[in-house]
Design a protein. Structure first.
Lengths: 116, 278
């Protein structure tokens, strides 16, 4: 089946080769955050750290905005972005709330409701 | 020959590690998930496995996009956990079983699966937390281990049908392993959840329950879906049910459900746990 004929999943972009190529510098930077020294270096000088990894202007803006949907659109992969979120002290419910435009409490209520 | 004593499948969300570190297993939020392991602990005391073959998906600790294997098998004497960037405690190293690893690798390549082989391999929360859930109170891990990693980071992912067949080949390899090893198979991940995109928070209880039932009633049911169809049902990370299918595949055509638990939510995830035996 060609990509054009593949039905979309609402609110979902699969991280495929196209996204992996687009997001490579951003994901490579986020992968580096496995190491505490790199997290410290990012916080000490965010501009220099992003420059070192060669982020595109779109990626640099998305990092500056701490905006998950922008980071995903710029090719970010959620597993690596989670390490960036860790630096910011955000958990996956914070990320979910931001992406869905809900408060964190409302997002958590939505999760609870799925169990009923 | 070795025996597969059974298969445990369970969610592996990182916050389980945080809950363990903060001793919150009995809290209102976590108790419904952790209680699902009491019966498994009792069963493990009787089944006494000495090796665990753990089928899991790495989340960017050992593998990056520079080299992303579809299937990878650990062949190390020891596997270390490490900092994943967001602060859950690092667990002690896990002893390997390299002879069994190579036996599985040889069988898989003979069956045309061609995994990447890893003599050094960091194992992330998807490996370590299920081991901690199985053995919460031990000083030293009571089992050796063989990690088998399936890519769920970058599409295309292997199909459900292929992961089931991978499990069948792993099971055949274990049953042909000389000696009297008692092998536990562990499949980690799921159940339905989605972390990314405007559909974040997606959970599908009906599909999860149907999937859990299918593992005994019609184990190849989920293999009839494409990965895109599965993701539409269970979310971008819910596709980790591929690990459950591979684990189920090791048991052969018939399996009994000895225990199961399902609870929504743990973190952003439908928490599921099953214990199956042939």
């Amino acid at each position: 089946m060609s990509a054009a004929a593949t039905p979309e999943i609402p609110g979902t972009v699969l991280f495929d080769g196209r996204m992996a190529m687009r997001g490579y510098p951003l994901n490579r930077m986020c992968f580096s955050f496995n190491e505490a020294a790199n997290r410290t270096a990012f916080l000490a000088d965010e501009d220099a750290y992003c420059a070192k990894y060669g982020l595109t202007p779109e990626q640099r803006e998305a990092v500056r905005h701490r905006n998950v949907l922008e980071l995903l659109a710029a090719g970010g992969n959620v597993y690596y972005l989670a390490k960036f979120a860790g630096i910011l002290g955000l958990d996956v419910q914070d990320l979910g709330a931001q992406q869905t435009g809900m408060s964190k409490d409302a997002f958590k209520d939505k999760l609870q409701a799925a169990g009923r | 020959m070795a025996t597969i004593v059974g298969a445990v499948t369970t969610s592996h969300v990182p916050s389980i590690g945080g809950a363990i570190a903060r001793h919150q297993e009995g809290s209102d939020y976590w108790k419904p998930f952790f209680d699902g392991f009491d019966a498994i602990h009792a069963w493990l005391r009787e089944a006494k496995p000495d090796v665990a073959v753990v089928i899991y998906n790495d989340h960017g600790l050992n593998f990056f996009l520079d080299k992303m294997p579809t299937f990878a098998v650990g062949a190390a004497g020891e596997y270390r956990n490490a900092d994943e960037g967001w602060g859950i405690p690092v667990l002690p190293p896990f002893p390997g079983d390299p002879a069994l690893s190579w036996h599985i690798i040889e069988t898989l390549v003979a069956r045309e699966f061609d995994p990447v082989t890893c003599q050094e391999m960091l194992v992330d929360h998807a490996f370590t937390l299920p081991m901690k859930l199985l053995y919460p109170d031990v000083e030293a891990w009571p089992v050796k281990s063989v990690p088998i990693c399936i890519n769920t980071v970058q599409h295309p992912l292997p199909s459900a049908a292929r992961c089931y067949r991978l499990g069948q080949a792993i099971g055949d390899a274990i049953r042909a392993w000389p000696g009297d090893a008692r092998v536990l198979v562990v499949g980690t991940g799921g159940l339905s959840h989605q972390l990314d995109g405007k559909r974040a928070g997606h959970i599908n209880k009906d599909f999860d329950l149907k999937f859990m039932e299918s593992l005994t009633e019609d184990p190849e049911w989920a293999t009839r879906f494409t990965n895109r169809e599965l993701i539409a049902e269970v979310g971008t990370q819910g596709i980790e049910l591929l690990m459950w299918l591979a684990a189920r595949g090791t048991l052969g055509p018939r399996a009994r459900r000895l225990h199961s638990n399902y609870h929504i939510p743990i973190s952003n995830t439908a928490g599921g746990t099953m214990l199956l035996a042939a």
